[in-house]
Design a protein around this ligand. Structure first.
Ligand SMILES: NC(=O)c1ccc[n+]([C@@H]2O[C@H](COP(=O)([O-])OP(=O)(O)OC[C@H]3O[C@@H](n4cnc5c(N)ncnc54)[C@H](O)[C@@H]3O)[C@@H](O)[C@H]2O)c1
Ligand SMILES: [Zn+2]
Length: 359
């Protein structure tokens, strides 16, 4: 097992990454001073796969466990579902000291985290992420939220967990598309901050895709570490965290124009290649860097080409993106593999050319 220590404000907590961790979570929580009642929030798929392993380990340590089930899917990240969970927490007599364990992907982590942050003004939260995306991205940084109408992820809080348990064994049951989606954020993290890790990905992509335990542990550990470093330096998202948006300016716009038929990971993959091409055209990124990035993304099973969508609509959507500052669209560009530049000064005509696929 490998540990990452995260110090945010007055909080300090650990991210544990490795194999066989679910069964030992009860023991770890006892060691941290928790006892008595505990509530797991999860979805039926994850509960069926991992509820028992986690539950048995908790029961062995004397915890009285209640499990609250939420159907899978983004639609559950709502105030309505949060409201139902508050009601169920009251019924199970969860108290101010009762920990909530969010066991599942980013949806469960965001929703369970939001509920933990607000129920009785905050109860202890333990994130137990089970998708690649949630292990390397959403469980780290303390952003918890629900969606509300057009406001995606906008009703929320910064709320840090007591512990994050990333058991890499859980990744072995992930559908290939979910793995690829998480890999988009993995490649992003390497591209913006860690040239050596990028080379590791180039050399080990086949092992990762075939779910080799050691390779997965390395991937989750290194990516989680990068995110932890960045969010620690910028807890409230006012500066450095911007670099995590590499590929997301165009990616979000593509997701939105596709009516969310295109998933987040593939959209970010296309956005990363487009941003690298912009970087290359502006004389920042050498040809070799662009080719390496495009190759790794393609080999990961992710798309690299802008889909057949109205390009004007993508540009329009980018202007509405939250990263817009005074009518200018903020881009994260690559100077080389592992180094970025955040800028508002990308000419709109260059963006249009790259989106249109002109050479
Ligand atoms: N808080 C943040 O900083 C942050 C960052 C990025 C994304 N997010 C959020 O994360 C969410 C997406 O998360 P996600 O990609 O994990 O999707 P998800 O939570 O919807 O999970 C995807 C699917 O995989 C299933 N699943 C989960 N673990 C599994 C496993 N081990 N084996 C088999 N199936 C499993 C789930 O039941 C679900 O159907 C979005 O709501 C997004 O807004 C939050
Ligand atoms: Zn993302």
């Amino acid at each position: 097992m490998r540990k990452i220590s995260v110090a945010l404000g007055s909080n300090r907590y650990e991210i544990h990454v490795g194999s066989g961790l679910l069964a030992r979570t009860g023991h770890r929580l006892r060691e941290s001073g928790f006892s008595g009642k505990l509530v797991i929030i999860t979805d039926p798929t994850v509960s069926r796969l991992y509820g028992e392993t986690l539950g048995q380990g908790l029961a062995k340590e004397g915890f009285a466990v209640s499990t609250l089930l939420v159907p899978a899917g983004e639609a559950q990240k709502s105030l309505e579902t949060a409201g139902r969970l508050y009601h169920e927490l009251t019924e199970t007599r969860a108290e101010r000291t009762t920990p909530i364990l969010a066991l599942g992907g980013g949806v469960i982590g965001d929703l369970g985290g939001f509920v933990a942050a607000t129920y009785l003004r905050g109860v202890p939260l333990v994130q137990v992420p089970t998708t690649l995306l949630s292990q390397v991205d959403s469980s780290i940084g303390g952003k918890v939220a629900v969606d509300h109408g057009q406001l995606k992820n906008k009703i929320g809080a910064f709320y840090q967990p007591e512990l994050v348990v990333a058991d890499t064994d859980t990744l072995k049951t992930l559908p290939a598309a979910e793995l690829a989606s998480g890999l988009a954020e993995v490649i992003k993290s390497a591209a913006i901050r860690d040239r050596e890790f990028f080379t590791f990905l180039e050399q080990n992509l086949e092992r990762i895709k075939s779910l080799d335990g050691e390779a997965l542990e390395e991937v989750v550990f290194r990516t989680a570490q990068i995110k932890a470093e960045v969010v620690t330096a910028d807890e409230k998202d006012t500066g450095l965290r911007n670099i995590l948006n590499y590929g997301h300016t165009i990616g979000h716009a593509i997701e939105s124009v596709s009516g969310f038929r295109m998933e987040h990971g593939p959209a970010v993959a296309i956005g990363m290649v487009a941003a690298a091409r912009i970087s290359n055209r502006m004389g920042l990124l050498a040809d070799d860097g662009l080719v390496r990035l495009e190759n790794v993304i393609g080999r990961a099973g992710l798309p690299t080409k802008v889909p057949e969508l109205k390009k004007e609509k993508i540009i329009q959507a980018m202007k509405h993106d939250k990263k817009v500052r005074k009518e200018k669209v903020r881009f994260v560009l690559l100077k080389s593999i592992g180094r970025v530049l955040v800028t508002d000064e990308v000419s709109p005509s260059l963006v249009e050319e790259v989106l249109a696929g002109e050479k």
